[in-house]
Design a protein around this ligand. Sequence first.
Ligand SMILES: Cc1cc2nc3c(=O)[nH]c(=O)nc-3n(C[C@H](O)[C@H](O)[C@H](O)COP(=O)(O)OP(=O)(O)OC[C@H]3O[C@@H](n4cnc5c(N)ncnc54)[C@H](O)[C@@H]3O)c2cc1C
Length: 333
Amino acid sequence: MHIAQHISLLPYNTFGIDVEASLFAGVSNLSDLQHIPASQPVYILGGGSNVLLSGPVNGLVLQNRLKGISIQQEDDKNVWLEAASGEVWHQFVLYAIDHGWGGLENLALIPGTVGAAPIQNIGAYGAEVKDTITQVTFWHLEEQRFITYSNGECRFGYRDSIFKNELKGKAFITSVVYKLSKHPVLNTSYGAIEQELSVMQVTEPTVKDIAAAVIRIRTSKLPDPKVTGNAGSFFKNPTIARSQYESLLHQFPAMPHFPVSNELVKVPAAWLIEQCGWKGYRKGDVGVHDRQALVLVNLGHASGNEIWQLSGDIIASVVARFGIELEREVQVW
Ligand SMILES: Cc1cc2nc3c(=O)[nH]c(=O)nc-3n(C[C@H](O)[C@H](O)[C@H](O)COP(=O)(O)OP(=O)(O)OC[C@H]3O[C@@H](n4cnc5c(N)ncnc54)[C@H](O)[C@@H]3O)c2cc1C
């Protein structure tokens, strides 16, 4: 493993923030992990699509380049597909779809790597990756050994897992096993999927059609990071007590919500942000996307700190108006 010094991270993060890492190395083999020097902080980077680089990174940035997909096991109904963590997520989804295997089609076109998917339990269009993951294997940086966790041990939650909590910064995920279906049950109920399928004139959809519909919707709604720097949704949708929701409803009768349980409801963060007037906001090179208020954008040469400050201003204004504190989804370095 070659460790380089003073490397610009501009090509390695979708926000397009230009800061340096004091040390940088690519991890291409599992054996590289045993040679990580313990003398400085370590930062693990996949596709850089869920990080905000708030300033220069003083430490060793390890870019994940582990590759490989193989069948771990199969029977008449399912296939257990193991993918190395550096595989590009969307390419992996396409691989499954090309074989007609179901489970990942609603998660098409999410940027990033296979290994980052369990970190925040990626989700979109009514699906979460936790519903297909059976195993996650990682290198424990402190204990210097490989460990495999079952789905339950990963403690998945909404955009959450043990890797964002107890194991934050301690685990380099090396591979993930996904249980996919050979007889997929399609999930078309969420968002505009059904509508898009009818525009596509598809009456009996396959997994490929679902992915194609999701790709069409995402492309029309979300900014392409190659054109406009962004990290997708910057904030999580907040979960609040039903009683708080009901009292807010008197003041804001149009407030949308999704039930989580008898006591809890989720409120779309995009709606809250939009109500505070942020949609389409721009100050210098930072802004809020004009079609999706959850997405903060770098419109040129914004610094990570400017984006951080804008996110703080948004959080403060939502607290002031609704008494709800938004939580950042993006990992801040
Ligand atoms: C346009 C756009 C749309 C998006 N849409 C969605 C969406 O619909 N749903 C959704 O859930 N997310 C979405 N995201 C967020 C992002 O794509 C996902 O969170 C993705 O899983 C991040 O992958 P990555 O490889 O880029 O991770 P990175 O940004 O490189 O890393 C994210 C975090 O995971 C850690 N990490 C990465 N790889 C490993 C590893 N192998 N082992 C241990 N830690 C690791 C990093 O240290 C960092 O803390 C979107 C982002 C963009 C830019």
